[in-house]
Design a protein around this ligand. Structure first.
Ligand SMILES: [Zn+2]
Ligand SMILES: [Zn+2]
Length: 133
């Protein structure tokens, strides 16, 4: 069934890449020529089923990702690239959540927004002038 195949393909892409992708990027990476509306609709379904998670950064684009466990991402607002890193949140934060908020944490996802090394270099040539302030 086509729906099953779409599901396998789309979730497969997200699994393969291991970092968040937006609908447009998923569309480009799919070998099969799916309708964009099919992709959007499917992503929406997977998200409400809890198969995938999503994030929206200040550029208002929604990014989807898949996987179990905890995630730590940093996002470059200039070139729109993600990096995943392994360092977890601090003992201090963990203690705060446990003692002050009284929560037992099951999972977490950390996102940072910033400007990557390469894009900071571009800054020196004045291309992203606002960074020089
Ligand atoms: Zn960048
Ligand atoms: Zn963590």
């Amino acid at each position: 069934m086509r729906n099953t195949k779409a599901r396998r393909d789309i979730l497969g892409i997200l699994e393969e890449y291991d970092y968040p992708l937006n609908a447009e990027q998923i569309y480009e990476k799919l070998n099969e020529d799916y309708d964009k509306s099919t992709i959007y609709r499917n992503l929406k379904n997977y998200e409400s089923n809890g198969d995938i998670k999503s994030i929206v950064f200040s550029d208002k684009i929604k990014y989807f990702f898949k996987g179990k466990g905890h995630f730590h991402f940093i996002y470059c607002t200039e070139c729109k690239k993600f990096e995943r890193f392994d360092l977890c949140y601090s003992e201090q934060m963990s203690k705060y959540i446990k003692e002050r908020l009284g929560f037992k944490v099951l999972t977490h996802t950390l996102y940072f927004e910033g400007i990557c090394k390469e894009c900071q270099k571009i800054t020196e040539d004045g291309q992203y002038g606002h960074l020089n302030q």
